[in-house]
Design a protein around this ligand. Sequence first.
Ligand SMILES: C[S@@+](CC[C@H](N)C(=O)[O-])C[C@H]1O[C@@H](n2cnc3c(N)ncnc32)[C@H](O)[C@@H]1O
Length: 199
Amino acid sequence: MQNSSLLRPACYRNDATFDWLYPERIQQLSKRHWTPMGVARKSAHFLANAPGKKILDIGSGVGKFCLIGAHYYPEATFYGVEQRKELYNHALAAKEAAKVTNVDFIHGNFTQIDLDEYDNFYFYNSFFENLDDNDRIDHQIEYSASLYVYYSRFLFKALDNKPSGTRLVTFHSLENEVPPSYQVVDASIDLLLKMWIKR
Ligand SMILES: C[S@@+](CC[C@H](N)C(=O)[O-])C[C@H]1O[C@@H](n2cnc3c(N)ncnc32)[C@H](O)[C@@H]1O
């Protein structure tokens, strides 16, 4: 019998092979800005807790979390919303190359989409770029502390309105967007990765 890992596209072997889906500039941003493969797999396992779940990555960048999650959890659908057109375009190209179909990328600000349409959420500290002058993805957009506060409050309210049982994963988060109605049920030893369920 054939080992199923032999049938897996080479891009899923490790972070370096996955990052080869992207141009060099995007690869260089990976360590700092895109989810590592192990974190993506663990997070997707938690969020795809039943068939048919719709999982949204808020600030999906070049689509790394969504594509890895979709590959390993084909019974869920992964969605990514990304404000930067360039990154959205890279996500679409990587989707073609990675040969996954249960992924949809949306170009826009997360405040412009209906968060009620999704069951569970992934959040890799997307708004922090507004507070941090170092290692920015680019200089194409406006950054400000007030935008950080606005986005965090917006997401806090949307998450608080979700039904009991809603799942959330945060990675490197300051947790300003996490309402007290969410309880940590699992975390990495360094506490950078947290799994939450709404009571
Ligand atoms: C740290 S990166 C994470 C990318 C992706 N989630 C991953 O884990 O590989 C955060 C992304 O959020 C995006 N972002 C920040 N604020 C956003 C907003 N208000 N709406 C949509 N995207 C946003 C940024 O452009 C950036 O690509």
